[in-house]
Design a binder for this molecule. Structure first.
Ligand SMILES: Cc1cc2nc3c(=O)[nH]c(=O)nc-3n(C[C@H](O)[C@H](O)[C@H](O)COP(=O)(O)OP(=O)(O)OC[C@H]3O[C@@H](n4cnc5c(N)ncnc54)[C@H](O)[C@@H]3O)c2cc1C
Length: 407
C-alpha cells in the first residue's frame, strides 16, 4: 500500500474547510482538503448567505460581546468581495447589498432601546414611506400596513458561487474520497485509510466536516483510553420554506415579531431560464416546524405570510421545504453558540464556524494556532499522486434539488 505524505489535511469542504484551505495555501503550508460528497453540499449551500453584522444578537435590546465581534464581518467580507481582502472573492455575486427589517407599530415600541443603541445606529437606517424600495413599494404604501421599515447594512451573497471560487483558487489541493479509518502513528501523525491501495499520512488534521465532525471525532478517539466524553456536537434542526413563482419579487428581509428571533427571514434567488423567483425562508418558522411535516409547515406559512405581507399575491405559487440540521459545538443545556468554535487535541483541530459570516474569524484562529505548531510553511509541493484523485462536485442549491412542489 502506498502512503502519501502531506503536512496538513482538512476534512470537509464547506465554507470552513475551503476558506481555511485558501488561507493556509496562501501562507505556504502543504495542505490538502478531502470532501466525501459535494463541496458546500450540506449547510453552506443551504444557508441564506447573510453576512450578519450582529443585529440579530441585539434584538433583545442589549448589545452583547458577540455582537461587537461580529459587527466587523460585513466590512471584512465586502473587501474580499471587491477583491481587496485576504481572499479574492471578486467574482462572487452580492445578491443584495443590504436587507430590510420590518415590524408593525406595536412591536416597534418594544424595540426603542435597540434602535437607539449606538452600535446599531451605524448599521440601520429608517426608511421613509416615500423611499420604499422593491418589496416595500407602491403596493405597500397603498395597503393598510402601519409599521416601520429599516434598512440593515448586512449583505447577502451567492453561496454556490462562493464555494466555487474558493475551490477554484486551490483546486489542485482538493480531492474527493471517503475515509474508512483514521489511526494515530507513533510519531503523533495520522494515517487516513480509504478503499483502495493508497493511504495518506498527515501531521495535522483539521476537522471542518460540519454535521460529519462528530462521526470523525468518534472514529479517531473511540479506541483511545481517554476518559473524555465522545459527544462534542449538537444539532439544531430546521425546516426551511421555499416558494417559487413568477409574481414574487426578490426580497431580502426580516419580519420582527415579539421574540428575539425574526418570525421569518426571506432571501431570494432568480431562476432566469424560467423567469421565476425563489423565496427561501428561515427564522422562527423554520425552527418551530423543524420536526413537523412539510404539509403542516406550508399550511401555517400560508396563513402567516398573508398576514405579514398582505400586499403580496400568493396565487400560482409552488411551495416546498428543506429539512437541514445546523451543526454546532456541544453547549451547556443546548444553548446557541454565539461565536466560531475551535478545540485542539493531539494535532487535531475540531472546528465549526457556527455562522458562515464568522468563518474568517475561525480561519484566523486556526492560522494563529498553526504558527505556534511544529509545521513550517515553505511552499512544499504536493506529492504528484494527488493529481490522480477525482475532484468533488459543487453543491446544488436547495430548490435545484427539490422535486416535490405543491400549490
Ligand atoms: C438553513 C441554514 C441557514 C443558514 N443561514 C446562514 C446565514 O444566512 N448566514 C450565516 O452566517 N450562517 C448561516 N447558517 C450557518 C452556516 O451555513 C454554517 O455555519 C456554515 O455553512 C457551516 O459551514 P461548514 O463548512 O462548517 O459546514 P458544511 O457547509 O456543512 O460543510 C461540511 C462539509 O463536510 C463534508 N463532510 C462531512 N463528513 C465528511 C467526511 N467524513 N469526510 C469528508 N467530508 C465530509 C460535507 O459533505 C460538507 O461538504 C445557516 C445554516 C443553515 C442550516
Amino acid at each position: 500500500m502506498k502512503s502519501l505524505k502531506v503536512d496538513i489535511c482538512i476534512i470537509g469542504g464547506g465554507i470552513a474547510g475551503l476558506w481555511t484551505l485558501n488561507r493556509l495555501r496562501q501562507q505556504g503550508y502543504q495542505t490538502i482538503l478531502i470532501e466525501n460528497a459535494d463541496l458546500g453540499g450540506d449547510q453552506t449551500c443551504a444557508s441564506q448567505g447573510i453576512i450578519h453584522g450582529g443585529t440579530k444578537y441585539a434584538l433583545t435590546g442589549t448589545v452583547t460581546g458577540s455582537a461587537k465581534a461580529i459587527s466587523e464581518m460585513p466590512k471584512r467580507w465586502l473587501s474580499c468581495l471587491k477583491g481587496d481582502g485576504e481572499i479574492d472573492l471578486n467574482q462572487v455575486e452580492i445578491l443584495a447589498p443590504h436587507q430590510f427589517l420590518w415590524t408593525e407599530n406595536d412591536i416597534a415600541t418594544r424595540l426603542t432601546g435597540f434602535f437607539a443603541s449606538k452600535l446599531m445606529q451605524s448599521k440601520m437606517v429608517a426608511i421613509k414611506s416615500d423611499q420604499q424600495a422593491d418589496f416595500f413599494h407602491q403596493q405597500y404604501r397603498n395597503s393598510q400596513f402601519n409599521g416601520h421599515v429599516y434598512q440593515l447594512n448586512e449583505p447577502v451573497i451567492n453561496t454556490q458561487q462562493l464555494i466555487n471560487k474558493l475551490f477554484n483558487n486551490y483546486k489542485q489541493s482538493v480531492i474527493k474520497a471517503t475515509i474508512s479509518d483514521i489511526k494515530r502513528t507513533s510519531d503523533n501523525d495520522y494515517q487516513l485509510y480509504f478503499d483502495g491501495d493508497v493511504n495518506i499520512q498527515t501531521k495535522q488534521l483539521i476537522l471542518t466536516a460540519g454535521n460529519g465532525n462528530q462521526a470523525l471525532y468518534h472514529k479517531i478517539f473511540s479506541d483511545s483510553n481517554a476518559k473524555h466524553s465522545m459527544q462534542v456536537m449538537q444539532q439544531r434542526p430546521l425546516q426551511m420554506l421555499m416558494l417559487k413563482g413568477k409574481n414574487l419579487k426578490p426580497i431580502y428581509a426580516h419580519r420582527l415579531g415579539v421574540s428575539a428571533l425574526p418570525t421569518i427571514t426571506i432571501s431570494s434567488h432568480k431562476i432566469p431560464e424560467l423567469d421565476e423567483t425563489i423565496w427561501y425562508i428561515g427564522g422562527e418558522l423554520a425552527e418551530k416546524f423543524a420536526t413537523k411535516s412539510q404539509y403542516e409547515l406550508i399550511i401555517a406559512a400560508k396563513e402567516q405570510l398573508s398576514k405579514f405581507i398582505p400586499w403580496q399575491n400568493f396565487e400560482n405559487i409552488d411551495w416546498s421545504s428543506l429539512y437541514v440540521n445546523r451543526a454546532e459545538p456541544l453547549m451547556d443545556k443546548g444553548q446557541r453558540p454565539d461565536n466560531q468554535f475551535m478545540a485542539v487535541k493531539d494535532n487535531i483541530i475540531l472546528a465549526w464556524p457556527v455562522k458562515l459570516a464568522l468563518t474568517p474569524l475561525l480561519a484566523d484562529d486556526i492560522c494563529n494556532l498553526l504558527e505556534q505548531s511544529r509545521l513550517i510553511a515553505k511552499n512544499k509541493p504536493l506529492p504528484i499522486e494527488f493529481e490522480n484523485f477525482i475532484k468533488p462536485g459543487l453543491c446544488k442549491m436547495p430548490w435545484e434539488k427539490t422535486k416535490q412542489w405543491s400549490q
